[in-house]
Design a binder for this molecule. Sequence first.
Ligand code: TXA
Ligand code: MG
Length: 347
Amino acid sequence: MEHTQYKQNRPNLTPKQQDQITAAAQVLNAGGTVAFPTETVYGLGADVTNPDAINKIYKIKQRPIDHPLIVHIGDISDLHYWAEEIPDSAWKLANHFWPGPLTLILQRSRHIPDSVTGGQDTVGLRIPAHPVALALLAALGPEKALAAPSANRFGRISPTIAAHVREELGSAVDMILDGGACEVGLESTIISFHDQSPMILRPGGIAVSALESVLEDPVILAHNTSQMIRTSGSLPAHYAPATPLRIYSTEHIWDRALALAAQGLRVLVMTWSDIAPSQPSDQSIEQFSMPSDPIAYGQQLYAKLRQFDQAAFDYMIIEAPPDHPSWLAITDRLQRASYNPFDNKQN
Ligand code: TXA
Ligand code: MG
């Protein structure tokens, strides 16, 4: 199955990395913040049991206080400690997909402070599949876990390499652990179990089909915002570059690019198919080909959006992804990125 790739081919940690992890655990145990790699995106971590440390995360990210944080745990045997009334289907998914890019929303136990959940009685939990994250969790000691949202300012693109964390957060974070490029590149799939029935709040690193084959049941996708309102990644504007971003079908994308170029605008066109321009190339259009495979596309997406965002284009024009479940998480992120609060260039 797809997810097993995240558990394989991981190098052992070097002695230098081990030392950094020991130092990072000390920072966290003293109430500081540490950015760390996971298989999905980099997280901005703090000791879940320390409300002052948790408040630092909200401050650094400029995140509204009622948007709950995901809690990262090191071992499935800890699940009982952090959550209660765990449905059978949640156990099934945890056993199958952890460590991996799947977050389970469960009834929180008394060990989870209010500050982590924004006062909600549920908590998002996952075991990340990255050797640095797992070593850090092990170094923290028993009855500790890492509350960690993605290590970007609220609403912006999640970081997938350590240098992006530095760009986003700079010296606001006490320490950044470098674990290379994130293997998945998109955030975890979030699933809730209201009335026992599993519902996807955010599509992500684990495909819907993989969840369904483990549960042997269909899984509902939350569409309406009242179900998703407490999931900040589900606000219409999120994961957003500052450059206006538009999504057009394969059929229309070149016409749109040429129309914008004709107005004297510099346009970046990002495609996944091998469509060629139907008219001679225009100097103010730059075209970039992304992989046509959703896994590889997802790995690169945020880094490319970040790179092109810094390249002073007037527009980023993205070819609409294929209408296939394997592209769901990518389509979701692109749609949110295209709702841009900084975008005043209507077109
Ligand atoms: O892949 C990931 O999930 C990354 C890495 C660092 O683990 N984390 C991440 O965290 O994406 P963040 O905070 O950027 O997004 C977490 C999402 C938010 O939209 C939050 O509202 C939602 O999870 N969430 C957390 N706890 C929740 C809860 N109890 N009920 C509903 N949504 C919850
Ligand atoms: Mg985020």
